[in-house]
Every structure is written in structure tokens, then in C-alpha cells.
Design a protein around this ligand. Structure first.
Ligand code: NOJ
Length: 558
């Protein structure tokens, strides 16, 4: 592995040897099936990613996170894993993975892979064994099988609901039921089972031995379940996770955010620390801030995604509060703060931030993005301001593929092309997450705008041509060049993990200093602001007659 800046000791040490390289890193999320397609079958693959890694190096990110590329029947976009230690043949081979990791490391990029420990695919050999072995067998104990309620066991064991809609239990031919907190094709594993724990330790070592630098842990808050009999119904609380957790005493939910889950991560930490540098990890845990940071303690995963930031509206007071809370709790726990604006599960921020407060995003998607209609140019302006604000914050930022191009949500995907299980499982009530997963445009022409030699597994709108890398590369003022410049400057400006808010910023303005006079001013108000003293090193939009216009963020240096 090479150090990115061997000759520049003045720059922050994000080298491969620094055990803390991840604390303020910028991580680029690749959704492999939508990034680049080398073999022209319409589905992105590992060789496609390797060929395009120079895009990430030129962007200036520190690491890439690969969403699942494991064998999967794609019941949930790859989060239904049939073998946690192999590559989906449609995406390549283990040798292709090794080549990808080697090229990433040559370019000075760390590699983070997704770990999906809460469930497997129903095609996983363990689940097939469980079905064949029958009730009470050791094979069934790797999952959560129970008898049903009712005279004939015809009712599900509890009222627990799947995150994707409907009951979280499915009945098998011999009459028992199994738990699936997500799609029926994703049976939940039983983390009280020692074989399950040992197998995931093997998986951690398998990828770490192949040179992986870290792990993103899927649904980290759901692994530990209270399976003491009788299982408890949730009643009115069987709805959305976050809502449930706000309404219950901490640690009392039967399957979310239980205290015992932390034993698992303390156990994993021992594995991570056998490597030099230790492997890093980041938890996907949709739980309130004060509880989420527990997953990020130094003897556990180190980081947890801060979804409160992603869920905040374009509102200065709300953002200031969320930022302050996140930094305070991260500091208390000895963790590194994280910031995310977009990922493969949410409406892209170039669209989302323009939706009026209180908009029902699903209704907006069902309307094809017409009700309310939003102006893409305004959305992009806001997204660029939001990005510069995020990249100025202390801690680590996670950037989702395509946001560096300013891609909006593809809200008008026709119903007949939808792939997200949410669409079918909710009986066509929720449209799902496909609109942020449309394959990337690399060139302004071609069958799939340079994504591959063939088509794309989700249709790209014609408007994608104008967002293509080719259309923005080297173009002054383009979103791609804004990201490149911001990431380059950020590396030089990083120091410490704190910020100081200006005492007297006007309403609608976020104004803070990092260190050595580096200052970030974000104008979320509707009126232009006088420029504070200092040299403008970067602005998300041209200055407005020497002032900071609405929806604009500037970075200033002394
Ligand atoms: C979170 C992932 O980000 C999402 O895409 C997936 O559907 C669920 N976990 C289930 O694995």
C-alpha cells in the first residue's frame, strides 16, 4: 500500500499506516450494480469499478465503501447475501476483487466493504439446511424459527412488522414461522447462536486478510434480539423503528438497540485490532444520537452514521443543533463524528433539500416528482451549499456516487421498472429507493451514457447527459470541479476535531471557524449576506455583488 502524501509531512496523515486515518476521512460510497459496467450486461461490476478508480483518485477522496457485491439473487439489491465470502458471478470473481483492492491501494485509496450480519439470503446454504432439517434442529437455531399462534399455529408468532411492509414472519411448509425484519428472502440470523458469531468472525478475517481496510455494518442495531418466551408483541409500536425507539425506555425494544448488541461489537474489535493498522468500522444504526454513539465507542466500531444530520431540513437552527449534539456526543464517547447527505436508501439531496418541510417523500415519488415540482437548478444550488457545509465539519464525510455530479433523484421511474422489494411488499403503496440507484452517466452520449457498452438495469433519463463526468471534467464552476477543489482544500485545512460557532450570526446563517482562521459561512436565509473579512477560498455559487447569496456556502481563510 502506498501513502498518499509521502512527501508532504505538512498535510494531515491519512496514510495507510496511521491507525486513525478514518477519523476525518472522506469516504465515497459505490453501489456496485450502478457504478460502471465492464462486460456490457447492464449490471455494474467489479472490473467496471477498477477501471474507474481514477475518478475517485482525481476527486480526492480517501476511501471507497462498496455496497454488497456478494452472491445474491437481488431480492434487496444485494443486501440478501447467499455467501458472505464470495463475489456474485455477475459482478466478477474474488480475483477481480483482489485486483480492485490492489489498484485502490496503489492510488492511495482505502477499501471498506459492507457487512450484512443481521440476515442472509433465503438461498444461503444455512437457510436451505434449516428448511430441510425441521423444527427444533441445530440448523434452525441459526435463524429465528417459532411455532405460530392460533389453534393450528396459523397466526404469526408476534405482531412484529417488516421494515419493508407486512408481517415480519413467514410460514414454511411444515407449519413453523421464521423471522425476517426485511424481505421474506432475508431471514434474520440468530446472534445467540455461537456458530453464527464464529462464522462472522471468519468473514471479518477473510476480507481483512484480503486487504480490506474497514467494514460498514448493515442494520447494526438489530442483531441482538430478546427471544425469551413468550415473545412480546409491540402493539401500537410495531411501526417505524425510530418512532418506536423514541417511545420506549432505552434498551427495552425486543429487537432494536438492545444493550447486548454491544457485546458483539466488542468481540469484533478484538478481531479488528489483530491487524495493523486496525480495521475500522462504521455502524448503520437508525437510533437516536445519544444511543447511536455507543456503537462508535473506541472498543466497538469507532464510527456510526449520523442520520439525524441527513434527516434535518434545510434550516439553520435545526442544523446547528444537530451538528452541536453530534460533536458533543462523539467527543464524549471518544468517537469520530460522521456526516451523510445521500446514500442508496434516501432521496438524493439535490432534490430532497428543496422539498418543502413536511413533504411526504413517498407521495412525491409516486407523483413522479411533479407534486410538488422542483426546479433542478435551485436544487443543485442548495445541494452544493449543503456539501460545502458538510465538508467543513470536523469528522468524516460519506459521499454517495453521483452526488459529485449533482445528480438529482430520478423521481419519475415508471412503476413497471421498479426493482426495490418495498414496491411489491407494500402492495404498491411505497415506491421505494430505485430513484437514487439509477446507473451513473460517464459520457454525454452512448447507450447508457458510458455506464457500459449495453443498456442499464434501470433507465437513465435523457437529462443525465448534462450531468455526465465528461460534461463536467475540467469545466470551471461545474459540480465535479467544486467537489475536487473542496476535497483538495479540505485536506490542507484539517486539524483537530472541533469547531467554534460565531457568536452573533444572523437568522438563517451557519457560521463557524475551524482553526488557523479557516471559516465556513452557509447562508440558508433568503437574503444576501455581506462578506465577512478574510479571503474567499471557495464558494458553492458565484458571489452576489460581493455578498453571499441565498443557498450559498463559502470557505474563508485569514
Ligand atoms: C440497510 C441497507 O442500507 C438497505 O439498503 C437494506 O435494504 C437494509 N439495510 C437491509 O439489509
Amino acid at each position: 500500500m502506498t501513502d498518499r502524501n509521502p512527501d508532504r509531512p505538512d498535510l494531515p496523515d491519512l496514510s495507510s499506516k496511521n491507525p486513525d486515518w478514518w477519523r476525518q476521512a472522506v469516504v465515497y460510497q459505490i453501489y456496485p450494480r450502478s457504478f460502471a459496467d465492464a462486460d456490457g450486461d447492464g449490471l455494474g461490476d467489479l472490473r467496471g469499478i477498477t477501471r474507474r478508480l481514477n475518478h475517485l483518485a482525481a476527486l480526492g477522496v480517501d476511501a471507497l465503501w462498496l455496497s454488497p457485491f456478494y452472491p445474491s439473487e437481488l431480492a434487496d439489491g444485494g443486501y440478501d447475501v447467499s455467501d458472505h465470502r464470495d463475489v456474485d458471478p455477475r459482478l466478477g470473481t474474488l480475483e477481480d476483487f483482489d485486483a480492485l483492492a490492489a489498484e485502490a491501494h496503489r492510488l492511495g485509496l482505502k477499501v471498506i466493504v459492507d457487512l450484512v450480519p443481521n440476515h442472509s439470503s433465503h438461498t444461503h446454504v444455512w437457510f436451505q439446511e434449516a428448511l430441510a432439517a425441521g423444527p427444533g434442529s441445530p440448523a434452525r437455531d441459526r435463524y429465528v424459527f417459532r411455532d405460530g399462534r392460533g389453534a393450528q399455529g396459523e397466526l404469526p408468532p408476534t405482531d412484529w412488522q417488516s421494515v419493508f411492509g407486512g408481517s415480519a414472519w413467514k410460514r414454511v411448509p411444515d407449519g413453523q414461522w421464521y423471522l425476517h425484519l426485511f424481505a421474506p428472502e432475508q431471514p434474520d440470523l440468530n446472534w445467540s447462536n455461537e456458530e453464527v458469531r464464529a462464522d462472522f468472525r471468519t468473514t471479518l478475517r477473510f476480507w481483512s486478510d484480503r486487504g480490506v481496510d474497514g467494514f460498514r455494518v448493515d442494520v447494526a442495531h438489530a442483531l441482538a434480539k430478546d427471544l425469551t418466551e413468550p415473545l412480546r408483541d409491540l402493539g401500537d409500536l410495531s411501526a417505524a423503528a425510530e418512532q418506536v425507539l423514541d417511545d420506549m425506555p432505552p434498551g427495552s425494544h425486543p429487537y432494536y438497540d438492545r444493550d447486548e448488541v454491544h457485546e458483539i461489537y466488542r468481540d469484533w474489535r478484538k478481531v479488528f485490532d489483530t491487524y495493523a493498522p486496525p480495521r475500522m468500522a462504521v455502524a448503520e444504526a437508525w437510533v437516536p444520537n445519544a444511543r447511536r454513539v455507543l456503537y462508535a465507542r473506541p472498543d466497538e466500531l469507532g464510527q456510526a452514521f449520523n442520520f439525524e444530520y441527513l434527516q434535518a431540513g434545510w434550516d439553520a437552527d435545526e442544523l446547528r443543533q444537530v451538528i452541536t449534539d453530534a460533536l458533543t456526543t462523539a467527543r464524549t464517547a471518544g468517537a469520530s463524528a460522521t456526516w451523510v447527505l445521500s446514500n442508496h436508501d434516501v432521496v438524493r439531496h439535490a432534490s430532497r433539500l428543496l422539498l418543502p418541510p413536511g413533504t411526504d417523500e413517498n407521495a412525491w415519488l409516486l407523483s413522479g416528482g411533479h407534486a410538488p415540482a422542483i426546479d433542478p437548478a435551485k436544487g443543485l444550488r442548495r445541494a452544493r451549499a449543503a456539501t460545502l457545509l458538510m465538508l467543513a465539519l470536523p469528522g468524516s464525510s460519506y459521499v454517495y456516487q453521483g452526488e459529485e455530479l449533482g445528480l438529482p433523484e430520478v423521481a419519475d421511474l415508471p412503476f413497471e421498472v421498479l426493482q426495490d422489494p418495498i414496491w411489491e411488499q407494500t402492495g404498491h403503496v411505497r415506491k421505494g429507493r430505485d430513484g437514487c440507484r439509477v446507473p451513473l452517466p460517464w459520457t454525454t452520449t452512448g447507450p447508457s451514457y458510458g455506464f457500459g457498452a449495453g443498456g442499464a438495469w434501470l433507465p437513465q433519463p435523457e437529462s443525465f447527459a448534462a450531468y455526465a463526468v465528461e460534461a463536467q471534467d475540467g469545466v470551471e464552476g461545474s459540480t465535479l470541479e467544486l467537489y475536487r477543489t473542496a476535497l483538495k482544500l479540505r485536506r490542507k485545512l484539517l486539524e483537530g476535531e472541533s469547531l467554534t460557532w460565531a457568536a452573533d450570526s444572523p437568522a438563517g446563517v451557519l457560521d463557524f471557524a475551524r482553526h488557523d482562521g479557516w471559516r465556513c459561512v452557509a447562508n440558508l436565509s433568503g437574503t444576501a449576506l455581506p462578506l465577512p473579512p478574510g479571503e474567499v477560498v471557495l464558494s458553492s455559487a458565484p458571489l452576489d455583488d460581493g455578498r453571499i447569496g441565498p443557498d450559498t456556502t463559502v470557505w474563508l481563510a485569514r
